[in-house]
Design a protein around this ligand. Sequence first.
Ligand SMILES: Cc1ncc(COP(=O)(O)O)c(C=O)c1O
Length: 411
Amino acid sequence: MKSHRLHYADWSWREYAAGATCLLTGRVKTGDAPRRLALAFAAMYAPSTAYPVNYGHTAIGIALSLFRTLQPARTEVLVPAYICPSVVATVERAGLVPVPVPVGADLNLLPEAVRQAIGPATLAVIAPHMFGCPARIGEIEAHCRQAGVFLVDDAAQVVGERSEGRLLGSFGDVGIVSFAQSKTVVTGVRGSGGVLLVNNPALDAGVRQAWEVLPAPHGRAAAFIGFVWNFMWSRHTGNSGYYFARLRDRLRGASATAPGPARISNLEASIALVQLGRLARIRAAKVDALETYHAALAAIPGVAIPQYAPGRYLSRIMLGLPADVDTAALRRDLARCGVETRLGYLESVRPHQPDDDELAAIRRMIGLPFGNLECGDISKICSILKSCLATARPALLESPLHETYQTAHQR
Ligand SMILES: Cc1ncc(COP(=O)(O)O)c(C=O)c1O
């Protein structure tokens, strides 16, 4: 049985070669690549300036600390109710309070909800483009500007996409990009890179000062090998990386901790430069795959890709399911048939608020294999999905008039 696995990076031999060259020449930690990467991003996002760092959330942390010194009386940061937990943790680490704001069916902040949530204590808004789907960032920018609130244009998951003719990441005061797995530009995991874009020139000196004191990263050779072994070659290496890590922790007497804020490594900046050079190809393949999935899923009542739009780029495909499908059982059935899936972000933003129906539907969504797919793979995955759904919920496939996810969310 062919297995259809999740995909974490669109790499050619060139990315492997860039990483291997740094390993073999001993230029893993430092070298010329971070400077060249900063220049490449600054040229692409001009007139913004670009500061390569080790994580997207390192970039957010630098920005929030600076905002805080400029507006010390303001303590709250508006974040989407559906968000990567590291963003929330970064807000808290900066001594600020994350305030969840509702998202729409496209998983992005609703501009009107942002406008209503802004209050006298609001310091900043963090507005992501979830899984690459562009948020209504121009409207959010206008609300922030009117209220005198800082805006972080969180383009962690996208590079080179535009909205209203402007690059995502270039709106507001600062933008951020992440190079972690399943983003657009991928260099590895856990501290493999990101960029802080400074869009408001008045903030540039403060950001530069904070960036200049960041330490060099460490442990990146092992992180690169770990990424290749556990993610890129997982078809062949299976769970062996997990057992190696347990053995290592046992020998060391402690488990590895996540790296703190640092600059990007030379190795990961070298891989990012290769990825930037291949961006148009990477994008075209994802747009094609999204169109193929959309066409194939039209034959399955009750499911939808809420973030789909014709010709749109997405970094991941998240599938909306009808409310009465047991997601865990469906994922188990799909796994038995060789289709690997994943969930999105499950944690609520503190203080915990009960999910409304919309958010509950979003948390039930599952990610499908998306990338490195051969001709026919997508129709095979969709036909497996259809038969697993038929087992899980026969009435759904018999009754096209049933109130389904598709009809409820694509009005
Ligand atoms: C929307 C968004 N913002 C920020 C981040 C943080 O990026 P990093 O993992 O590089 O810190 C992520 C990570 O997944 C993300 O999805």
